[in-house]
Design a binder for this molecule. Structure first.
Ligand code: DX5
Ligand code: ZN
Length: 235
């Protein structure tokens, strides 16, 4: 592998009746982060999981070496951030439109000991980053409109990824500090290499991983994660 790429399975598409086992299996198949999608039926038209579930999976996720990557699709964000920090979140990202005071929300995440990040919807410009780069550890680009797994990758996101990569590289050259660039929505073994070439280093994948398990494998996620790793190795 020429570069350090991270794969973040979105447990939104996992089998919730055996969530712990799903997380163990998918991390052992060669993935790195547990992507944890929090939806409130307000900021997005869907309702999912909260701090209680995060707390329930923290021990086993950390035992298998995975960071918990909490993606907040809720509005407002400040009330709930401490709950996730307490529940074991390692990274907390939120959408700038969902916070009235972006700088304050980012600081709050950091002060609680977590890595912080901003999430950009397909139609949201990157200019929100301009004055807060020092407080951002991860930039998450949505390649679908948030709310549901299983949607199609929006190809315009590739251009945006290149722009975000240029912003990050200029910042890192100036400060020496790294910022991860993550993409979320419609990622699969067929498009992951192209996305990596656009500068992305961290890949969320939900339905592509959990939707097509092969029961014949000793670990049912080895095949699809192996395909993703093989595609990334060509970059
Ligand atoms: C969408 C969520 C995603 C979603 C990705 O709002 O943020 O993390 O689970 O699912 P796939 O990979 O199926 O597009
Ligand atoms: Zn997500």
């Amino acid at each position: 592998m020429s570069k350090d790429f991270r794969i973040a399975p979105s447990i939104l598409s996992a089998d919730f009746s055996k969530l712990g086992q799903e997380i163990e299996d998918v991390i052992k198949s060669g993935t790195d982060l547990v992507h944890f999608d929090v939806m409130d039926n307000h900021y997005v038209p869907n309702l999912t999981i909260g701090p209680l579930v995060c707390d329930a999976i923290r021990e086993l996720s950390h035992n298998v070496g995975a960071l918990i990557d909490v993606h907040l699709m809720v509005e407002p964000v400040d009330r709930i951030i401490p709950d996730f920090a307490k529940a074991g979140a390692d990274i907390i990202t939120f959408h700038p439109e969902a916070s009235k005071h972006i700088d304050r929300s980012l600081s709050m995440v950091r002060d609680l000991g977590c890595k912080s990040g901003l999430v950009f919807n397909p139609g949201t410009p990157l200019h929100y980053l301009e004055h807060v780069m020092d407080k951002v550890d991860m930039i998450l680009l949505m390649s679908v409109n948030p709310g549901f797994g299983g949607q199609k990758f929006i190809p315009q996101t590739l251009e945006k990824a290149k722009q975000a990569r240029a912003i990050i590289d200029a910042y890192t050259a100036r400060t020496g500090r790294e910022i991860w660039l993550e993409i979320d929505g419609g990622v699969n073994p067929d498009n992951i290499a192209e996305i990596a070439k656009a500068g992305v280093d961290t890949f969320v994948a939900g339905s592509a991983i959990f939707g097509k398990p092969s029961d014949t494998d000793a670990n049912r996620y080895d095949t699809v994660v192996g395909k993703m790793r093989a595609a990334l190795a060509t970059v």
